[in-house]
Design a protein. Structure first.
Length: 298
């Protein structure tokens, strides 16, 4: 499985008001939890990093997690991005970012398309955040790459992960959302994404909207109504919402769900079993601080 996106330096404040450093980002989080659930899978990360010390440290962390970085490119003049997390008393998080012009934003100018198309992938996963970090010119390059990989048999997987401040406008975001939906085989939209972006406030509206894209597998995350999934034959699967024993930090809840779900499907699990596996992992993740939870908790 090839995962495309950006990993950043994550900073959060611990109980002693000291900054704790780690590395995270929506697609990287997805890669980690996919690898943890299915260790035998080859999880390859496509991104760009800098030549700075944090970039070198980050690559070592990826290796320790078993993430293949053979396709990662090195920017000669840009460092990795940084973000910080704060959480409220109910575990809901907010972020501050320093990522404009980061190494990852140069990826489509550095990527080796020939190297990628000479490889084969079961899934190619990206998110709305992956799209948002690139210029429109580089978004077009990414679409061309997706088309090439799809033509070689890869299933394209997309999670909208809509972040309004990363787009010029809703119209801008919708345009690119539809560009990638039209190429996708499996999608993992959150009802909140579609509500904020398209004023679709129930899953029926999302299902109706998605019909024009001929997506084979849909996993719609509906908050307290649980998760609904639909296969190519439009068979419905449902997993009711079960709250975690205690929500400490919701960072990477959706990322860990996506990574586990995809790994479970790669492993041969059916849709219902994959939903159960994904929800179990996400429930563990929200009970701990930070995006990447220590393996001892699983």
């Amino acid at each position: 499985m090839l995962i495309i996106g950006e990993c950043m330096l994550e900073l959060r404040t611990d109980n002693n008001n000291c900054l704790v450093k780690s590395f995270a980002g929506d697609t990287y989080n997805t890669a980690v939890y996919a690898k943890r659930y299915f260790p035998e899978a080859n999880i390859q990360y496509l991104s760009s990093v800098g030549k700075d010390g944090f970039s070198e440290e980050m690559l070592k962390v990826w290796k320790s997690e078993g993430i293949d970085s053979d396709f990662v490119k090195i920017s000669q003049d840009k460092p990795i991005g940084i973000y910080s997390i704060t959480t409220d008393d109910e575990g809901e998080r907010s972020f501050s970012y320093w990522r404009d012009g980061s190494a990852a934003t140069q990826l489509m100018q550095l990527v080796d398309v020939k190297q990628l198309t000479e490889s084969s992938f079961d899934f190619v996963y990206l998110s709305g955040i992956t799209l948002a970090i690139f210029s429109d010119e580089d978004k077009h390059k990414l679409m061309s790459l997706i088309d090439l990989l799809k033509s070689k048999g890869a299933k394209i997987v997309f999670d909208p992960n809509y972040r309004p401040r990363m787009w010029n406008s809703k119209e801008h975001a919708i345009h690119w959302l539809e560009e990638i939906y039209s190429r996708s085989d499996l999608v993992l939209p959150g009802l909140e994404d579609h509500s904020d972006l398209l004023d679709q406030n129930d899953r029926e509206s999302v299902i109706s909207y998605m019909k024009k894209f001929n997506v084979n597998e849909q996993v719609i995350k509906c908050g307290k109504d649980g998760v609904y999934a639909y296969d190519e034959a439009n068979k419905e699967y449902h997993l009711p919402f079960t709250p975690a024993a205690k929500q400490i930090d919701s960072t990477a809840a959706g990322d860990s769900f996506a990574g586990t779900y995809l790994a479970a499907r790669l492993k041969g699990e059916g849709i219902q079993d994959a939903l159960v596996s994904a929800a179990r992992v996400a429930s563990i993740v929200v009970q701990h601080h930070g995006a990447i939870v220590d393996k001892k908790h699983f």
